[in-house]
Structures are given as structure tokens and as C-alpha cells.
Write a new protein. Structure first.
Length: 286
């Protein structure tokens, strides 16, 4: 067997330790938006959001990621109050209903993150890598919560090597995190598949993922239903589960830890097979 690709990490949450390593974790996407690219309006109320969360939990999700602002191409930005009106009732519903999974708040706004944490969110997931509203780093540091920092550089030089550009951007994000006092072992990095990148660049990122794993942080992979799959296969967003599962397996083989997906079951099954291949099948199956 070849050398295992996964470094091991422990993220500290208020409810305990979230172990990252050989066992892949699934982050279920819960968009409570009217305009997300593939599921806008599907789970916009607390009750429907709870139903979807329970479905994802039963299918094997390890984390629920709640987002209230679409980041699809051409999206219209919303203010913090409107975002909080969308996400806070949902987080409160998930917590009071006894959904015993870590809740991640998908936001780049410090005030939204702070209010979500006060209601029970325990991971902060920032698509702008702490660079849009740097005070969000202070929120993560104050509560000593994991921060996911993603690459999304809308002003980058597209003629330059995408791997070098991602590393350069993340170095700035990591400096912001360090200055705010976020512990190094509470940081997860996300290459930002689909965010300001061409289809070719996305597949380059996927192929060369070990170069980002070498930075020494856990990797979150967010390829779910993305254009890189749709344009290749010629299918609509909700028909991209199989393609997503393929990217999840390839990213897992290259060192990925957390897989942020809309379709939990096919990705869970594909990653279970990949884990057995890399690390050995469970005993007692013969």
C-alpha cells in the first residue's frame, strides 16, 4: 500500500473534538436562500431546513453548514440584518430540536458570525478567507472556534499559475488569522473550487491538491454540483451528484478531509469505498 495521504488534526469544538484524518467527514450544505444556484428556495424556512438537516444527518452528514447569502455567479449581496433574519431562526431551530451535529455558519460578515455562534454555531466558514471583513477573525479567536478560510480572489491575475495564486492568497488569510489570535490548529483551508476559476483551473487544483495539503492544514473540498462538473458532463446542477462523488474520491485520495456537499448519501458511499481502498476494509466482511 502506498503512503497514506492524510495528516491528522483535531479541531476543538465546545461539544468536544472533531477528528480529521483518514476518515473523511461530510459537511451537508443547508442553503436558506431564495437564489442559490442549485437549491435556492428549497429550504428557506426553519421547518423545511430542519427536515433537510435530519435527512442529511440520517444519510451520514457529520457537520451542517448553514448559509444565508448566495455566492453563485451574478448573485446580489445582502446586508447583515437580512442574512441574520434568514440564518438565525434556522440555527436556533436546529439547536433546540436536538440535532446533535456541529453547525457551521457560512458567512463573511463578523456580526452574522457572532450572532450565529451565540445561538449555537461552532464553526465559522468564510468564503473570503477573512479578507472581506477581517473582524470575523476576531470572532473566531474570541470563542476559540475553527475557522475555514477559502480562496476567492476576484482581482487576481488569471495569467498566473492557479496553485501559486491560491497559496499567495491563503498566506494573507493565515496572517490575518495569526494577528487576530486564531490558533493554528483551529484553521481549515479551502481551495475555493468554482470561485473565480475556470474549468481548467478547477481540474488543475484537483489534480495538484497535494501541493496545498503540504501547507500543513486540514483541507475542505467544495466541488458539489459546480460548473466544473456541469460543463464537463452537460448536466443540470441537481444531476451532478455522480460527478461530485468522483471529485470527492479524487480529492480524498489527494489529502482532503472534509467534503462539503448537497447530496450526502452518494458522497458518503463513494468515500467509504475510497477509505477502505486506502486504509483497508473493515473486519468481519468476508
Amino acid at each position: 500500500m502506498t503512503e497514506a495521504p492524510h495528516q491528522s488534526f483535531n479541531l476543538r469544538l465546545p461539544q468536544g473534538v472533531l477528528a480529521l484524518g483518514p476518515m473523511p467527514l461530510i459537511m451537508g450544505i443547508l442553503n436558506v436562500t431564495p437564489d442559490s444556484f442549485s437549491d435556492g428556495g428549497d429550504h428557506s424556512g426553519p421547518e423545511s431546513a430542519l427536515t433537510q438537516t435530519l435527512k442529511m444527518r440520517d444519510q451520514g452528514a457529520d457537520i451542517i453548514d448553514v448559509g444565508g447569502e448566495s455566492t453563485r455567479p451574478g448573485h446580489e449581496e445582502i446586508g447583515p440584518q437580512q442574512e441574520m433574519d434568514r440564518v438565525l431562526p434556522v440555527i436556533e431551530m436546529l439547536v433546540t430540536s436536538g440535532v446533535r451535529l456541529p453547525i457551521s455558519i457560512d458567512t463573511y460578515k463578523a456580526i452574522v458570525a457572532d450572532q450565529a455562534v451565540q445561538l449555537g454555531a461552532t464553526i465559522i466558514n468564510d468564503v473570503h478567507g477573512l479578507q472581506r471583513d477581517p473582524e470575523i477573525a476576531d470572532v473566531a479567536a474570541t470563542y476559540d472556534l475553527p475557522a475555514i478560510i477559502m480562496h476567492w480572489d476576484m482581482s487576481r491575475d488569471t495569467s498566473k499559475n492557479i496553485i501559486d495564486e491560491v497559496r499567495r492568497y491563503l498566506e494573507t488569510s493565515l496572517k490575518i488569522a495569526e494577528d487576530a489570535g486564531i490558533a493554528k490548529d483551529q484553521i481549515v483551508i479551502d481551495p475555493g473550487f468554482g470561485f473565480g476559476k475556470s474549468v481548467t483551473e478547477n481540474y488543475t487544483l484537483l489534480r495538484r491538491l497535494p501541493e496545498l495539503a503540504a501547507l500543513g492544514y486540514p483541507l475542505l473540498i467544495g466541488t458539489s454540483r459546480k460548473r466544473m462538473i456541469g460543463h464537463l458532463l452537460g448536466v443540470d446542477p441537481k444531476d451532478r451528484a455522480t460527478g461530485t462523488a468522483a471529485t470527492s474520491v479524487l480529492a480524498y485520495e489527494r489529502g482532503g478531509h472534509i467534503f462539503r456537499v448537497h447530496d450526502v448519501q452518494p458522497n458518503r458511499e463513494a468515500l467509504k469505498v475510497a477509505h477502505a481502498t486506502l486504509y483497508g476494509a473493515p473486519t468481519g466482511l468476508d
